[in-house]
Design a protein around this ligand. Structure first.
Ligand SMILES: Nc1ncnc2c1ncn2[C@@H]1O[C@H](COP(=O)(O)OP(=O)(O)OP(=O)(O)O)[C@@H](O)[C@H]1O
Length: 601
């Protein structure tokens, strides 16, 4: 067993190594050649900064608390060393329970992590078994999934608790077998209400178990989890260097905002999309499901096809919508970030519970839905906040859906006077600073008043036709369609897991056929500035090989290292006893240059 002094000197070595060697390879990190080959097949050649720091530490058996920006490659940072450790263990594995648990807050993330781990295992051709547990599974399905047992279990904490309470997982077996526990998106686990579920598990985590906490933001919740789960004294925290607010948003994401009344938001978003002032693919956030459908119906009248994603839809449909969007089958996805609705529902439920009248407390929304947080949307260029999120953390997670890996991205927030207060809160959470792109939300420069006014008449006319009843009917219709889809999907995808085209989710819901004259914006309605702006966007798109949203052409390496979230992770040593941290080299020297670029979207 190493002493605390050993621990500190190890940390210092790691730190210096990182400072010296910015271009380390996976090989130099000690990664197994099979994993390196698998990564090459996935087009991944070099580790990201968080991977450079975390992989050797995890391989060395340390507990790690890793905090790194959204899109910085945290999943591989733990999945790769975890698999490597299991490569050597699996032959001698006589365990009665899984060796590794990966706990995630949402089903969507569950699916994503499971798929990443499975695909690496398949590419490495090793005898490891990974399974995912879902809360919809019956006790016998859970039993079947855990038979064997698998080497890796991906699950929400709630399912683990269910397995323990139903006797599907034996606590003693867990104590004897569990060697690695990962809490992914740790900052969200408690806010999704998993505290009791986690507590039910902690009693059975053996002391020798290696624990890893991955998170995009730091919060009191992460601290709480650290205390709850991490009992091994060898902990390395990897927060960002210096100011906590340093580069919370990746530097290759440009953030913009537009001030407009709540009523005018429809005409503004129409102008952004129809006049092509933002690049595709576009992810649009609303705060309520009804607003999501209102937007969809509104867009349909202008020939803009979009799909909606929300917690009301069956799980298969949600996962399929994500797959289709990631594969580039449609360009506009309206996602409802309904953490607020969930909270409201939870309040209602607890009220109902207090009254001991639970029969009306049916859960309509899926509490494990979480499309905003942690999901790896592929090639989303623009995130639009149609409604503003309720907190700084919510904003960070939403914006983090663009600018992932080596891509650039932009965000546009439509802010009404009623939302100014929360907007100010968000800005102070980011530590807004005009000299740093990553923290600064600039006024959107490409939309002129003329352009908005030219569309106002048409937009308001259509907006009036999208009545509450129309929204309610289309919401019900979509749910019916998706329930049918869900059944078909289940059956079909068991046999053809890669067949994405079968069911499209961006079909038209409006009863009223779109008027042909609304499809195109006639040239006489467009002022020269807007025409110019739209051309600039198209050219930028073409220059980046982004003319077809389904295919990302490599423009890796064209970014300056410092403006890339994957390159700019920096780590700092724990507060006590270790100073210095891993600094980004020359991080501020080209700020002026970045500011000049602010005009392009
Ligand atoms: N070394 C690498 N080189 C290039 N791309 C990478 C590398 N590592 C991961 N990626 C890609 O980067 C994207 C983001 O990775 P990941 O989802 O792990 O980010 P994250 O840090 O977990 O973000 P979030 O906090 O939003 O969940 C993924 O598409 C992943 O395939």
């Amino acid at each position: 067993m190493a002493t605390a002094t050993d621990k500190l000197s190890h940390e210092n070595e790691d730190h210096e190594k990182e400072e010296q060697d910015d271009d380390q390879t996976f090989e130099e990190l000690g990664l197994d050649p099979r994993l390196i080959r698998a990564l090459t097949k996935k087009g991944i050649d070099n580790p990201t900064p968080i991977q450079r720091v975390a992989i050797p530490l995890i391989l060395a058996g340390k507990d790690v608390v890793a905090r790194a920006k959204t899109g910085s490659g945290k999943t591989f940072a733990y999945v790769l060393p975890l698999l490597q450790k299991l490569f050597s263990d699996s032959a001698s594995n006589k365990n009665l329970a899984p060796t590794a648990f990966i706990l995630v807050p949402t089903r969507e993330l569950n699916q994503q992590v499971y798929s990443e781990a499975l695909s690496l295992i398949e590419l490495c051709r090793v005898q490891l078994k990974v399974v995912q547990l879902m809360s919809t599974m019956s006790a016998s399905d859970l039993k079947t999934a855990l038979a064997g047992p698998p080497d890796i279990l991906v699950s929400t904490p709630a399912c683990i608790k269910t397995c323990l309470s139903k006797g599907v997982l034996n606590p003693t077996s867990v104590q004897n077998s569990l060697s690695i526990l990962v809490l992914d998106e740790a900052d969200l686990l408690l806010s999704y209400g998993y505290e009791d579920d986690l507590k039910a598990l902690t009693a059975h985590i053996p002391r020798r178990c290696q624990c890893l906490l991955m998170s995009a933001t730091s919060s009191a919740d992460v601290e709480k989890l650290k205390k709850l789960i991490l009992h091994n004294p060898y902990i390395l925290t990897l927060p960002e260097v210096g100011d906590v607010k340093d580069d919370i948003i990746p530097q290759n994401v440009q953030q913009f905002w537009i001030s407009c009344s709540a009523r005018d938001k429809l005409v503004y978003i129409l102008a952004l999309l129809k006049l092509e002032l933002v690049q595709k693919k576009v992810l649009i956030f609303t705060n309520t499901i009804d607003m999501g459908f209102r937007l969809k119906l509104f867009f349909e009248q202008f020939g803009i096809k979009s799909a909606v994603l929300n917690s009301e839809l069956p799980q298969n449909s949600r996962l399929h919508i994500l797959e289709e969007f990631n594969a580039g089958l449609f360009d506009y996805l309206i996602a409802t970030d309904d953490s607020q609705s969930k909270k409201e529902q939870a309040d209602v439920e607890s009220h109902v519970e207090q009254k001991k009248s639970r029969k009306h407390a049916k859960r309509k929304l899926d509490s494990e839905f979480g499309v905003v947080r942690g999901i790896d949307f592929k090639n989303v260029h623009t995130v639009i906040n149609f409604d503003m999120p309720q907190s700084g953390a919510g904003y960070i997670h939403r914006i983090g859906r663009t600018g992932r890996a080596y891509n650039t991205g932009a965000s546009v927030s439509l802010v009404s006077p009623e939302e100014m207060e929360i907007f100010e809160e968000i800005k102070s959470a980011l530590g807004e600073d005009e000299t740093r792109d990553s923290n600064f939300i600039a006024p959107f420069p490409l939309l002129t008043k003329n352009a908005v006014e030219s569309l106002r008449y048409r937009a308001e006319d259509v907006a009036r036709s999208v009545t509450k009843i129309a929204v309610r009917e289309s919401r019900a219709q979509d749910l019916r369609n998706e329930i049918l889809n869900s059944e078909k999907l289940k059956a079909h995808f068991q046999d053809n897991p890669r067949d994405l085209d079968l069911l499209k989710h961006d079909k038209v819901l409006s009863k009223k056929a779109p008027a042909p004259h609304l499809r195109d914006v006639p040239e006489y309605l467009l002022d020269p500035t807007t025409q110019e702006a739209s051309k600039v966007i198209k050219l930028a798109r073409a220059a980046m090989g982004n003319t077809n949203s389904g295919h990302r052409k490599g423009f890796k390496g064209k970014f300056r290292k410092n403006s890339n979230p994957l390159k700019s992770f920096s780590a700092e040593a724990p507060k006590r006893g270790f100073k210095g941290g891993m600094k980004r080299k020359g991080k501020d020297k080209d700020d002026g240059h970045r500011n000049k670029k602010k005009q392009s979207v």
